[in-house]
Write a protein that binds this ligand. Structure first.
Ligand code: ADP
Length: 449
């Protein structure tokens, strides 16, 4: 097993990984930017290295500095968390060269799955249903328009390098195609330095259903059931739950088997997620694979009893999975709410600043993953998610009841947050009924205005 792991991340996920290391008797090393010297992850780790100025490109995205820090402290592995360098194959190759284990899949797998248009191709060839659309990448608007015309509108124009909902646009009409294509392409070039695009049929108001998988380096793959992440604003998830109210045992087995097949087709190892869209007629289609741990992993941990970070570390160290599919049981119901420091009244703009008071709820079945504390200054440079509240109970109704109480008890003062907004969502009749799709937030927003 590894002796010392460097965590190339910040915030709650860095804290989550430090805790896992401690439980496994592995020393943890935090890296921090100059803006994060007082951050919780920097305080909690066994060692901390400041790797540069506040902007992420000069610190959390600076590969040389991070690898340099790992070598200096003698870390034998790096955990990338999510975001930042977690899906950067160049970084993985650098780790390999320096004899440091990357806690995640290989560079080749990241390349294969990270390019969404090539991932589609891999999945099509493996017989996994994908959203109808282009087989190859599209570079020119005219070429794309031709395919879209044949396919029929509306279509979704998407960036091969896309992530976080960026570089993605709906096009309803052939006459608008070129303009929308160019806009999405420009956004992709700016965000990812890559304007390669592809086109999918636009699926109206689907549910976002994703399967957690775990795979070791010896070809053993299991799935840990699904997460329903249909509550999204601008393609960004806000609330996630497991199991999905829209999936029965039979469908779970069917989709789960396809997720396992997809992971095998990719030659995958580590923790990963296969994302699907499920349309109103019950068809489901692969949209992408995420080759990292995800924000919403705690809901799966709760319904399966499996610690996903621990498994990632074990797998990277060359251990075998210790269970087969038949040993995995989904029980109870878990829901996660993302708490963001943002102003929901003013276009959800980030609201950094000093947190003057924090009260976290607790009790049986309540989990908070956060790096906040009273007096903490949320820096303006990074993601606005500051806490995750996760609840667990025997069934959805009880979990929802618990969530209502816990979210009602949560206090964060000094900054603006989306707590009240989330409270209104979980009390909306459609959410209570489990009757939601990815169009829910847009309708909810209109009702509020
Ligand atoms: P990203 O990698 O940027 O998160 P995804 O491909 O995972 O992008 O899609 C994010 C979300 O965008 C999905 O959960 C869904 O709500 C929406 N979406 C993506 N593709 C389609 C599509 N073809 N039709 C309808 N909605 C889509």
């Amino acid at each position: 097993m590894f002796k010392k792991i460097l965590i190339a991340n910040r915030g709650e996920i860095a804290v989550r990984i430090i805790r896992a290391c401690r439980e496994m008797d592995i020393l943890s090393v935090a890296v921090c930017s100059e803006a994060d010297k007082d951050a919780l992850h920097a305080q909690l780790a066994d060692e901390t290295v400041c790797i540069g100025p506040a902007p992420a490109k000069d610190s959390y995205l600076d590969m040389e500095r991070i690898i340099g820090a790992a070598m200096a402290v003698g870390a034998d592995a790096i955990h990338p968390g999510f975001g930042f360098l977690s899906e950067n194959s160049k970084f993985v190759r650098m780790c390999e060269k320096c004899n440091i284990s990357f806690i995640g899949p290989s560079a080749e797998i990241i390349d294969k799955m990270g390019d969404k248009s090539s991932a589609r191709k891999t999945m099509m060839e493996a017989g996994v249903p994908v959203v109808p659309g282009t087989k190859d990448a599209v570079y020119e608007a005219l070429e794309g328009r031709k395919t879209a015309d044949e396919m029929g509108y509306p279509v979704m124009i998407k960036a091969s390098a896309g992530g976080g909902g960026k570089g993605m646009r709906i096009c309803e009409d052939s006459a608008e195609f070129e303009h929308i294509f160019e806009t999405a392409k420009r956004e992709a070039e700016n965000a990812f330095g890559d304007g390669t695009m592809y086109i999918e049929k636009y699926i109206r108001d689907p549910r976002h259903i994703e399967f957690q998988i775990l795979a070791d380096k010896y070809g053993n793959v299991v799935h840990l059931g699904e997460r329903d992440c249909s509550i999204q604003r601008r393609h960004q998830k806000l609330i996630e739950e497991s199991p999905s109210p829209a999936i029965n045992k039979e469908l779970r087995e069917k989709m789960g088997a396809i997720a396992v097949k997809a992971a095998k087709a990719a030659g995958y190892y580590s923790a990963g997620t296969i994302e699907f869209l499920k349309d109103q007629d019950g068809n489901f289609y692969f949209i992408e694979m995420n080759t990292r741990i995800q924000v919403e992993h705690p809901v799966t941990e709760w319904v399966t009893g499996i610690d996903l970070i621990r498994e990632q570390i074990r797998i990277a160290a060359g251990r075998h999975l210790t269970y087969q599919q038949k040993d995995i049981h989904i029980s109870g119901h878990a829901i996660e709410v993302r708490v963001n420091a943002e102003d929901t009244e003013h276009d959800f703009r980030p609201s950094p600043g000093t947190v003057t008071n924090v009260h976290f709820p607790g009790g049986k079945g309540v989990r908070i993953d956060s790096a906040l504390f009273t007096g903490y200054q949320i820096p303006p440079f990074y993601d606005s998610m500051v806490a995750k509240l996760i609840v667990y109970d025997k069934n959805r109704e009880l979990a929802l009841r618990k969530l209502r109480n816990a979210l009602g008890e949560l206090v964060l003062e000094g900054i603006r947050t989306n707590i009240d907004y989330q409270y209104d969502i979980i009390n909306h009749q459609d959410f209570i009924d489990g009757n939601v799709d990815t169009g829910f937030i847009e309708r909810f927003q209109k009702e509020r205005e």
